[in-house]
Design a protein around this ligand. Structure first.
Ligand code: MLT
Ligand code: ZN
Length: 481
């Protein structure tokens, strides 16, 4: 096959898709489809006969209907930022990847309902900006927000930096619009806080990782735009100290905490050395750091007082060894850059094995200690670089290949490493995937973690909604076998 991925598919099918999708709506040349066929981490490389870019829900529905008729697998893809290969097709070349980037309209913002009605293809960053322009805030923030889109965010129930205060993506969605595997449009675009009329279908599709439907639109709840924000970067000895600091802020004013993030010394050092313009704004490196943000829709200097009071006491008690408060928006952005560039820095350091786990808050220090020991025992020189949303009990327990080692050889041990880490997570009552989902990378873990009745119910739901199994096959649910 040269030049075009679609050579094996009939001209009639390609032409039918082209007429549904309009000019620029169907990509068939290898050079055009290539960016959609490899995941962000470079771990999965798939094939597809084409990439569809519908410009409307109706066009998306007609496309899926045609695929259903021909039993063509459909792989929905948002900003292609999955950490678990959740949006990369298999290598059969039979799939149609559907991306929503041409559906990029904010449909409506209502200041009384405090809602935003939006197309699935709007990036999270563009949605945040639209809310801010309207004097409101979309309270969801993740490191990949410049690329990740609303459809992908809801399909994976993204969490991120503000979950500690506002919840995961599913808590923000009041309404949903999706295309079912048979091409029907499911319109659940109701902006109701109260609606007890049958199964809460939108919640079923949110977090289903594209295995049940393609999300084409949503109604999201907004929040008042903060008038005061205080952000501090603190040096702490370890996760225990970080959690005590979290408790101190929570006890002082729980409603003020907007983010509470943990970064290990090594993961911060990778950012400082591998990312341009990301120096540590503290006098000395520390074994660990906390990025804490307080926010309020009220103006004035109450939050500054609260931040200084809690940090002052923490410094006095030796819980925090140093701290710096952002004195401007530019400085605040610089602090956040240190946190948000963690994944990129780790990518630049070589291959890494990611464990996006959660445990009860109280178990985090024990988890980090035990998992560190287990990984160091497995691979000499392994770089243990945990960080994450400690206020939610969610740690990205990431392991970076030993310096100078063979990256592929390190990745070949990923199951061994993940299994050693998740055995401890399990022992502590946690989850093997707190926010990145299951995708194709972690499907094999499902029987052990979600087996029995739980997996059985999931399979029944899948079969009821997608009897031909065309929606994102090979993701989330393991093959029956
Ligand atoms: C983040 O919070 O930055 C990402 O979810 C993490 C990762 O790279 O594991
Ligand atoms: Zn995260």
């Amino acid at each position: 096959m040269t030049g075009s991925s679609s050579a094996a598919f009939s001209d009639t099918l390609i032409n039918a898709l082209k007429s549904i999708l309009g000019p620029g709506g169907l990509l068939t040349q290898d050079t055009d489809t290539a960016p959609y066929l490899t995941d962000w981490r470079g771990m999965f490389h798939g094939k597809a006969f084409a990439v569809a870019r519908p410009a409307s829900t109706e066009a998306c529905a007609k496309t899926v209907k045609l695929c259903a008729w021909h039993k063509i697998p459909v792989v929905p893809q948002g900003g292609n930022t999955s950490m678990v290969g959740g949006a990369t097709p298999d290598d059969s070349g039979r799939a149609l990847v559907i991306v929503m980037s041409r559906m990029n309209r904010v449909r409506d913002i209502d200041r009384i309902d405090n809602t935003m009605s939006i197309d699935a293809g709007v990036t999270l960053k563009a949605a945040q900006d639209a809310a801010l322009d309207a004097g409101l805030m979309l309270p969801l923030s993740i490191s990949s927000e410049g690329s990740a889109d609303i459809g992908g965010i809801l399909a994976t129930n993204a969490g991120g930096n503000n979950t500690v205060r506002y919840g995961n993506a599913r808590e923000l969605a009041l309404g949903l619009e999706a295309v079912l595997p048979d091409g029907r449009i499911l319109n659940l675009m109701r902006r109701l806080r109260k609606d007890n009329t049958g199964y809460a279908l939108r919640q079923l599709f949110i977090g289903s990782e594209g295995t049940l439907a393609i999300i084409t639109g949503a109604i999201l709840q907004l929040q008042p735009k903060p008038k005061s924000i205080e952000t501090a970067l603190c040096a702490v000895a370890d996760a225990r100290a970080a959690l005590e600091l979290f408790a101190a802020f929570r006890n002082a004013e729980p409603s003020a905490i907007q983010a509470f993030e943990f970064m290990s010394g090594l993961s911060m050092q990778l950012v400082n050395t591998l990312i341009p313009d990301a120096p540590l704004p503290l006098a000395e490196p520390s074994p660990a750091y906390v990025l804490v943000e307080l926010a309020s829709p009220r103006g004035g200097d109450t939050l500054r007082g609260l931040m200084e009071e809690v940090l002052g006491k923490a410094l006095e008690d030796g819980l925090v060894s140093d701290a710096v408060l952002a004195e401007s928006e530019a400085q605040r952005q610089a602090f956040w850059k240190l946190r948000e560039e963690h994944s990129e820095a780790q990518k630049r350091a070589g291959t890494s094995v990611k464990n996006d786990v959660s445990v009860p808050l109280s178990a985090i220090p024990e988890f980090i200690d035990r998992a560190t020991t287990a990984c160091k025992k497995l691979i000499a020189g392994i770089r243990v670089a945990p960080f994450g949303h400690i206020g939610d009990g969610n740690i990205h327990f990431n392991l970076v290949q030993p310096e100078g080692a063979d990256g592929a050889a390190f990745l070949a041990c990923d199951h061994e490493i993940m299994d050693a880490v998740t055995a401890i997570v399990r022992d502590l009552g946690g989850s093997f995937s707190a926010e990145h989902g299951v995708g194709q990378l972690k499907t094999y873990m499902m029987p052990a973690w979600r087996g029995g009745a739980e997996l059985d119910v999931m399979r029944h739901i899948k079969t009821a909604i997608d009897p031909e199994g065309i929606m994102n096959p090979g993701k989330m649910l393991p093959e029956v076998g």
